[in-house]
Design a protein around this ligand. Structure first.
Ligand code: GLU
Length: 296
């Protein structure tokens, strides 16, 4: 079976150092196996998006010589695929409407325990849609980290597949898209280790071929927070990609020697493809990097 990987950024802002790690890691892993590398823009949540971020992200990938295969896919254009699956589950009784508020769930211990499961609520505007958890996943294998565990209460939860505000849930969209696009391996940041359990549950409920997982270490800022738009992570530089590229590659465990430092961006990427090994990745899932190039 040939390898198909992907990079799936949410356009909440321009790419920062943390998202560059995910882009590079997924690219090297795909290209070192002569695989395809797809790009999917996860524009599922318009209130959290920044106008123009999608095209900025694509421009950045091009500036870093990360060329994707095929057409870019936008989740905002795939609502039908998600809704059709939800309708099938509603009809079969696998999915149901739930009127619990976040506040109520918090007050009863933080996890949803099935309050609306057998109420046969009909659709009305204040309802979310949940999926009956028939295939809980308590652990899974990660290519670098070995067996990773998922908290039981999280794994057992009937989770939301469509929010009460009408937006589709991330886990559902990601899995339906990964299946539809023929993805064979998911390479992404370690912040997505926990949702992986639910995603594997979805594969099982959909009777789909499982994929393998590789979670990359997460870059933290000086105060120990994940780099994100909310934490004002700096956008990486499109006009001068080399400093951030070399920093990101040494973060990913490459031994960057003098010779490669003076190569072009294209040559550095090619060198990365040739020299990439999963075993070189640090074992830690979170790292606060210290770089002279100041790409953070
Ligand atoms: N869109 C998600 C993010 O930007 C990544 C989804 C994934 O790789 O599964 O955090």
């Amino acid at each position: 079976m040939s390898y198909i990987g992907r990079f799936a950024p949410s356009p909440s802002g321009p790419l920062h150092f943390g998202s560059l790690i995910a882009a590079l890691g997924s690219y090297f892993q795909a290209k070192s196996q002569q695989g395809q590398w797809l790009v999917r823009i996860e524009d599922l949540d318009p209130p959290r998006e920044m106008p123009g971020a999608s095209s900025l992200i694509l421009e950045t990938l091009e500036a870093y010589q990360l060329h994707w295969d095929g057409e870019v896919v936008y989740q905002s254009q795939r609502h039908e695929l998600y809704q059709e699956q939800i309708n099938r589950w509603l009809q079969s009784g696998q999915a149901y409407y739930c009127q619990c508020t976040r506040k109520q769930i918090k007050a009863s211990g933080g996890f949803y325990t099935g309050t609306c499961r057998d109420l046969a609520l009909q659709n009305h505007q204040q309802c979310a849609i949940r999926l009956r958890m028939t295939h809980p996943i308590y652990q899974f294998e990660d290519q670098r980290h070995g067996t990773l565990s998922i908290p039981t209460a999280l794994a057992d939860e009937d989770f939301i597949i469509k929010r009460r505000d009408g937006l589709f849930a991330y886990n559902l969209a990601v899995v339906l898209d990964d299946i539809e696009q023929g993805i064979t391996e998911v390479v992404r940041g370690a912040d997505l280790i926990e949702p992986t359990g639910r995603q594997i549950s979805l594969y099982q409920m959909l009777d789909a071929e499982p994929v393998s997982y590789l979670h990359l270490p997460l870059a933290l800022d000086e105060s120990g927070h994940k780099l994100s738009k909310q934490n004002h992570a700096k956008a990486i530089d499109n006009s001068n990609p080399k400093p951030a590229l070399l920093d990101a590659m040494s973060f990913l465990g490459f031994d960057i020697d003098k010779e490669i430092q003076s190569a072009s961006v294209e040559e550095i990427i090619e060198w990365g493809v040739q020299n990439w090994r999963v075993e070189q990745l640090p074992k830690a899932t979170e790292i606060t990097p210290i770089f002279s190039n100041r790409s953070l």
